[in-house]
Design a binder for this molecule. Sequence first.
Ligand SMILES: [Zn+2]
Length: 340
Amino acid sequence: MVNLVAVITLANGAVFARAEERVREYCEVEVYRDKDYRGGYDDHQNITDRIAAEDVEAANNMRARLSSLDRGRITHSPELQERLAATRDVELGEVEGSRWKEVKSGLGLLFSSFLSLPGTTLAQCTTVLHLKRPHLIPVLDPHVVRFMTGNDFGNSFSKGELLQMALECLDSARADLVSNRTQFSELRSNLADLPTPLSGVRLHGILCWTQENWVNRADIAGPYGVAGKSLNQRVAPPAAVSASQAGESEPAGEIRNIREFRQVKLRAEGVIVTTGSKPPRAHRALCRELSEERFTEAVVFNEGKKGRYYLRSALAEAVRDFQAVACMKCRPERPVIGRE
Ligand SMILES: [Zn+2]
C-alpha cells in the first residue's frame, strides 16, 4: 500500500514531500548513533540537570571541539547549571503560544550563560544543550542557522548577535513544528523502527541540515556513504524524470555544440554540469572555468569521451542526476535557498 504522507512546508519555503526518506538517508550516511565508537549523537542524550564531563565528551564526538579547559568551565559554571536545571525538556512544537515567551526567555538566559564562556560558539552551545534537552533545543550549527535565517556566519558576529540569531532560529523552528504538527507526528511514528527515536525538534533539524548541506551546497559525502536518493523532495514523484530509471540511456539536457553552449552562457540561467571530473562538477553558467576553449576541447575534439556538459535548472537537479558537487570558484549554491 502506498503511504500517503502529508507534505512538510517550512516557513522559508522549503518543501519536503518525502521527509521520511530524507531522514532515513541521513541516518544511513551521517553519524546519528554510536557505531564502533566513531561518534554518536541521538543515542547520547542524557536528560539530567547537570552538565557532566561525559556530556561534553558526547558533544565532542559530534565535532563540538571543546577543549579540556572549556570542559572545566562548562561543568564548573554554577549559573549555567542552574539555568539548565530550570529548563524542562518539553517538545518545542508543543509549547503553548501563551507560554512561549517565557520559555524562550529562559532559553535565552541558558544560551547566554553558555556563550559567555570564553571562545565558545553557538554550535558548541546548542550541541551540548541539545543532548541535555533533546526535545526542546535544536542543534544550531552554521548550516542550520544559514538555512533558517539566511545568515552566513564566520567569526564576524558578536555573542549578542549570535544569541539574537539563536532566538530567531528557535522561533522559526517552533513555528515550523506547529504549522506541520500532524506531518511531524506522522513522520515520527513512521520512523519508530529506527534504533534511536528522534524528537520533533531533531527531525526538523535533520531536514534543515540536509537541505542546506546536501541540496543547497551540494556537499553530499558523509562518513558512511554518499547521499542521493532523497535529494529531490518536490511534490511530483521523481519516477518520470529520473535518468537512472531510463536504464542505460544518456541523461537529458546535454549541451552538444558551441552554439548551444553560447546560448546557455548568454541566458546565464541554470547550472552547468561538467562530467570530466570525479565527482562531476556543477557550475553557474557564468563560471570562468567554463571557457569556450575548454568546451571545444572536451566536446568537439575529444567528442565527450573525457567528459560532457549538461544543463540543469537548479543545483538540486545536478546533484540528483549526476551526484555533482558545487564548484568552489563560482559557488552555484549561493543564490539558491531550496525554494520551488
Ligand atoms: Zn564553477
